[in-house]
Design a protein. Structure first.
Length: 248
């Protein structure tokens, strides 16, 4: 265990409160400071685990990210133990946690940064999809529109590895439609919803059927979703002969 100041990225449940680990609870109980995305949400988590918050909570969210991350890095340099939790899952995966890690490393490359790892929606959805998980690409949230979205979609269309994406319920059908556009309707896929919660569901079907299901759902699908798309068929990959020519 590292002595003195440190930043500890503590994974929290993505739905089921029972998934907060014993080491996560101990770290949150003993940290000098608890940095979090949303103090109200974190207070709910702390009170469910019977951990006193007191005045230890500091908000780091998209509107104050740079300044708050720099302030917290200085607290770590001053010898404090700062635990960081995001709204859900593994801090640093599509949330301000990554900024906080960079701020510490930039302030002093020797500052201790460690983690209590745990649940993350991307790993849960990937393994439940039944699609190959030995090699995969995590795309997070796609840009909402414009040339950046088109470029990312085109790359996904040609990607031979399994692709994992996050999406909000409001944009789920539109994104599945865009994916059908670049991958075709027959590409194997899965949509995982409300993972670890009471209404957990995994729809495993060709991409076109997933889109029809999401577009036809009335009322529109609720809750949090992960989209998993099978890789482009081998015929689209370079042949051994082509690779040999390319590397000579
Ligand atoms: N740090 C988190 C993690 O480790 O998974 C992800 C944070 S990101 C801001 C939130 C997105 O994660 C949601 O929009 C959804 O795509 C996905 N997500 C989080 N919890 C989920 C759950 N219980 N079921 C399905 N998807 C979930």
């Amino acid at each position: 265990m590292v002595d003195g100041g440190r930043l500890v990225l503590v994974a929290t449940p993505i739905g089921n409160l029972g998934d907060l680990s014993a080491r996560g609870i101990e770290t949150l109980r003993t940290a000098d400071v608890i940095a979090c995305e949303d103090t109200r949400r974190t207070r709910v988590l702390l009170s469910a685990a019977e951990i006193p918050g007191g005045g230890r909570l500091r908000a780091v969210h998209e509107h104050n990210e740079a300044a708050a991350a720099a302030r917290i890095a200085r607290e770590v340099a001053d010898g404090r133990v700062v635990a960081y939790v995001s709204d859900a899952g593994m801090p640093g995966i599509s949330d301000p946690g990554a900024r906080l890690v960079r701020a510490c490393i930039e302030l002093d490359a020797d500052l201790a940064v460690t983690t209590v790892p745990g649940p993350t929606a991307l790993a849960a959805a990937l393994v439940l999809s039944g699609l190959p998980a030995d090699r995969f690409v995590f795309e997070g949230f796609l840009p909402r529109r414009g040339s950046q979205r088109r470029a990312r979609l085109a790359a996904i269309g040609a990607e031979p590895r399994t692709v994992v994406l996050y999406e909000s319920p409001r944009r789920l059908a539109a994104t599945l439609g865009s994916l059908v556009g670049v991958c075709g309707p027959d590409r194997p896929a899965a949509v995982a919803r409300e993972l670890t919660k009471l209404h957990e569901e995994v729809l495993r079907a060709p991409l076109g059927a997933c889109e029809i299901f999401a577009s036809a759902a009335l009322p529109p699908p609720r809750g949090e979703h992960v989209i998993v798309v099978g890789g482009a068929p081998a015929a689209d990959e370079a042949t051994d002969g082509e690779i040999e020519v390319a590397v000579v």
